[in-house]
Design a protein around this ligand. Structure first.
Ligand SMILES: [Fe+2]
Ligand SMILES: [Fe+2]
Length: 186
């Protein structure tokens, strides 16, 4: 599998919900990449292509992914919680489940990271380690399929309807700052 590091961002910080949607495509891509490495090599010696893919995916999930979670938990969800409407109440119930998913995913990602880095360091994984890695990745993929679908098709559209232009601008600014960027245009 070619390593796609330069995934195009379709949206800018002036459209933070669009940016979160784009991040989901990267989550899907890097998770698929990890499953492919595990499936292709079955824990055996890493060649350069698979090593690069493994490193890129582990880097994504240890550095970019926590920022995505923070975008949702610190910038988006609290603003939706403050809304007082039936639509917001429905969204709130979803948010509780989504936050529980974040906690479970974080735990699984930490273990995936340990196993992935062991693979990189030792050159191979034992059969039980490979089985554990594959189980974790399949569980993450199942969880993300459901989680991302709720966010993309339900929560984000509801947020677009409920958030004011100012709130959207503030979320975009916070997301840029979280990445050490200054969105002067915002
Ligand atoms: Fe989420
Ligand atoms: Fe998300």
């Amino acid at each position: 599998m070619p390593v796609s590091l330069g995934v195009q961002k379709d949206h800018g910080f002036d459209d933070p919900l669009g940016l979160l949607f784009d991040c989901h495509r990267r989550i899907e891509l890097f998770l698929k990449m990890l499953l492919k490495v595990a499936g292709d090599l079955q824990g055996s010696q890493l060649d350069k292509q698979h090593r690069d893919a493994l490193e890129a995916a582990l880097r994504y999930f240890s550095t970019a992914m926590p920022r995505h979670t923070a975008d949702e938990e610190e910038s988006l969800f609290p603003r939706l919680r403050q809304m007082n409407s039936p639509e917001a109440d429905v969204a709130l119930k979803r948010i509780e489940a989504l936050e529980a998913d974040h906690v479970a995913a974080d735990r699984d990602h930490q273990r995936v990271d340990v196993l992935g880095r062991k693979w990189l360091a030792d050159g191979q994984l034992s059969r039980p380690e490979l089985e554990e890695l594959t189980t974790l990745l399949n569980r993450l993929q199942q969880m993300y399929t459901r989680h991302i679908q709720v966010e993309d098709t339900s929560l984000f559209p509801a947020a677009r309807r409920m958030l004011s232009e100012d709130q959207v601008r503030e979320i975009g600014r916070e997301m840029a700052e979280r990445r050490g960027l200054k969105p002067v245009e915002l």
